[in-house]
Design a protein around this ligand. Structure first.
Ligand code: ZN
Length: 73
């Protein structure tokens, strides 16, 4: 299993809100996206120590500078 490459190391999925795992909100700043206005970071496959493997779908804001500002707050 090879994870999809991204520019940044994604936060641990266990720390994600459900909305972030589903690609409805930014993985960095938790902003909810207007439809279509986000960057797909690629499908991620997680294999937990216990339980079944699953997929999640990280997305980030199109405006990465504003995103970084929000995430730092
Ligand atoms: Zn963001």
């Amino acid at each position: 299993m090879t994870p999809v490459e991204t520019d940044r190391q994604l936060p641990s999925v266990s720390d994600m809100l459900e909305q972030q795992q589903r690609g409805w909100a930014c993985v960095w700043c938790r902003t909810w996206f207007p439809v279509g206005l986000s960057t797909d970071l690629g499908q991620q496959r997680v294999v937990p120590a216990t339980g079944a493997a699953y997929l999640w779908f990280p997305r980030e804001c199109l405006d990465t500078a504003a995103c970084a500002t929000r995430a730092a707050q």
